[in-house]
Design a protein around this ligand. Structure first.
Ligand SMILES: C[S@@+](CC[C@H](N)C(=O)[O-])C[C@H]1O[C@@H](n2cnc3c(N)ncnc32)[C@H](O)[C@@H]1O
Length: 318
């Protein structure tokens, strides 16, 4: 089969507005979705291969170990809808475990990564109907009207990407997902849990500097796509766990007083001034189950690894 593409062209028109608004506010902050152009997706894959970044390794282990239980809960012939698929490395484990899934619908803002991932899945599962939707999942989008009888939907949101929303946004987003899958539909979601700050600090600030390059890619992207004037050597990567908010924060810190032009606006940075680029909230199992329950899901199962590093939740929409 061939991959069917629906391209909602999510970024270019809004990019300038979003960047100017983010750099203009106090404190300065850019949305983390901006990390993910082709280069950002490539760097995120490199992060996933780092020994310090435990999330993909532990989550894949949970999918492998609990594939049969996941398949039993999902039932046969489901339509899998993956939100923010990236390179979809863990998706194979889910699709292999499920009983004859009807379709795989992948959604991502990063078009190159989306096309590469869905092309690979299409080749690996030749009987599966594969759709690629290039869209921003925080903006309105609809799922493809597929031919044939309607199938039960199983949304898949791995990688602890839910942690990139603040708790209010996460509640709103999970509510949207509950409506997307409809009553009786399911969500399989990975959520990272709070742990030793030293482990988290290293996971988000690796000695090889891959995460630093990923963080700085947001500035490189502004230079590439908007003709911005950021000197990448004049900003440094900063990542730390803030226990009072149960989140890892990533920032870019200005190394000196400087002025940077983006389009026709000039932004003045003082030495030490930060641009906040990402939050990664960490949820204990109970807190996450409570949050899911509050927005219309019934938690059916939660799996964690023996070290309690990560959690995988199977939820059903009421
Ligand atoms: C943390 S990565 C996780 C990738 C993959 N799901 C995994 O578990 O390895 C987040 C993914 O979501 C995508 N993404 C981030 N914000 C998005 C948005 N607002 N709309 C659609 N995709 C988004 C990124 O392009 C990236 O592929």
């Amino acid at each position: 089969m061939t991959v069917r593409l629906i391209d909602l062209a999510p970024t270019p028109a809004r990019l300038l507005d979003v960047v100017l608004a983010g750099l203009g506010r106090t404190p300065r902050a850019l949305p983390c979705a901006l990390f993910y152009d082709a280069e950002g997706s490539r760097l995120f894959d490199a992060i996933c291969a780092l020994p310090e970044y435990y999330i993909p390794r532990v989550e894949a282990g949970l999918l492998r170990a609990h594939g049969p239980a996941i398949a039993a809960l999902a039932g046969p012939g489901v339509e899998v809808v993956e939100l923010g698929c990236g390179s979809a490395r863990k998706t194979d484990l889910l699709l292999e475990a499920l009983d004859r899934p009807a379709a795989y619908v992948a959604l991502d803002v990063s078009k190159d990564a989306l096309l590469e991932a869905t092309g690979r899945i299409d080749r690996a599962f030749p009987d599966l109907e594969v759709w690629a939707i290039c869209a921003d999942y925080t903006q309105p989008f609809s799922l493809p009207a597929r031919e044939g009888p309607p199938a039960k939907r199983l949304a898949f949101f791995p990688g602890s990407t839910i942690g990139n929303f603040d708790p209010d946004q996460a509640r709103r987003f999970l509510g949207l997902v509950a409506r997307l899958v409809g009553p009786g539909g399911d969500l399989l979601i990975g959520a990272d849990v709070p742990k030793d700050p030293a482990v988290l600090d290293l996971a988000y600030d690796d000695p090889r500097g891959v995460t630093a390059a990923f963080n700085k890619n947001i500035l490189a992207r502004i230079n590439r796509e908007l003709g911005g004037g950021f000197d990448l050597t004049a900003f440094r990567h900063l990542a730390f766990f803030a226990p009072e908010r149960s989140r890892v924060e990533m920032h870019l810190v200005s190394e000196r007083d400087q002025e940077v032009a983006v389009a026709d606006q000039v932004f003045s940075f003082r030495a030490g001034e930060r641009i906040h680029t990402e939050c990664s909230y960490k949820y204990s199992v109970d807190v996450f189950r409570g949050l899911a329950q509050a927005v219309g899901f019934t938690p059916l199962e939660t799996w964690t690894d023996p070290e309690g590093m990560f959690s995988l939740h199977y939820l059903r929409a009421r």
